[in-house]
Design a protein around this ligand. Structure first.
Ligand SMILES: [Zn+2]
Length: 289
């Protein structure tokens, strides 16, 4: 009885297995012949991600740490260019290399000069011609690839002078105004005065002493907590006044032409009115007859 049962179950088991094999084999063969495209896609993506990570890893080890803010150095440079340089040029004065405001004392100057701005969204590296969508990516590239050009020696960080030069006033990030700290204001005032003394020594002639005085008024006087003095009271580049001068000359040249045109127009109008009068008078004279 037991043996019969066994043989019966065995006899049904074999066809079942065959059927299962017949159903599964085509499925298995399809899977073996064509791997799913999704898998292939993710594989490629993985390869690309790995390559990008490798590139990044190649870039990072070359960048030693620089303890100087590029952004703040740029702000300081902009202030020097706008609120100091035009006046120094006007005096035809040469700033010495020992002065920290001299272009050679800005460690980022060489890199900044190698920025090529083609379009709003196109920035190019002047060293290797690689292009970027935004300035911040080019900054990052300089940091990763061309940091060997930075001469990070003492006294070449322009950002350190930001306190004296009022970088916060011009920087785009609108930070909430902090309460004036008298100690910080005094420190900045001291730094500002030492810049005036080093860059424009009074004993080096009239130009230097005039610029010394100008520097104190333009940058140093505002380092108080009274709030009475504003930074850069002497203004920015003189280019605006040149622009206004050009506009006024143009207006002066065009004014006589305008008056001549008005005069001619009015004369023509008078003539027209006189002609009309004459015609109407002759018309009236003709009517009674
Ligand atoms: Zn480059």
């Amino acid at each position: 009885m037991r043996r019969e049962l066994y043989s019966a179950s065995y006899s049904t088991w074999i066809p079942c297995r065959l059927l299962l094999l017949l159903v599964l084999f085509p499925l298995l063969s399809i899977q073996a012949s064509s791997p799913p495209p999704l898998n292939q896609h993710t594989n490629q993506e993985y390869k690309e991600a790995a390559a990008a990570a490798r590139n990044l890893a190649q870039e990072i080890p070359e960048s030693p740490e620089v303890h100087c803010s590029r952004e703040r150095s740029r702000a300081a440079w902009k202030i020097i260019e706008e609120y100091l340089k035009p006046f120094v040029e006007q005096e035809q004065y040469q700033i010495s290399k020992s002065c920290r405001l001299h272009p050679d004392n800005d460690m980022f100057r060489e890199q900044e000069q190698h920025k090529i701005h083609h379009d709003i969204n196109e920035w190019r590296c002047g060293f290797c011609r690689k292009s970027f969508r935004a300035e911040k990516f080019l900054d990052q590239h300089f940091h990763n690839r061309h940091n060997n050009l930075l001469n990070d020696t003492q006294g070449r960080c322009l950002a350190d002078l930001c306190g004296a030069l009022h970088c916060d006033v011009t920087m785009e990030s609108k930070l909430p105004k902090r309460k004036c700290n008298p100690a910080a204001a005094a420190r900045n005032h001291h730094l500002c005065e030492s810049l005036a003394d080093n860059c424009f020594p009074i004993n080096e002639g009239h130009s230097a002493s005039r610029l010394h005085e100008f520097f104190l008024r333009q940058f140093c006087d505002a380092h108080t907590c009274t709030g009475k003095q504003k930074p850069f009271p002497r203004g920015a580049k003189k280019e605006t006044s040149v622009f206004f001068l050009a506009i006024s000359i143009l207006i002066l040249m065009l004014l006589p032409i305008f008056y001549v045109l008005v005069y001619l127009y009015r004369r023509e109008m008078k003539k027209g009115v006189q002609d009309l009068k004459r015609i109407s008078q002759t018309g009236r004279k003709l009517k009674p007859s």
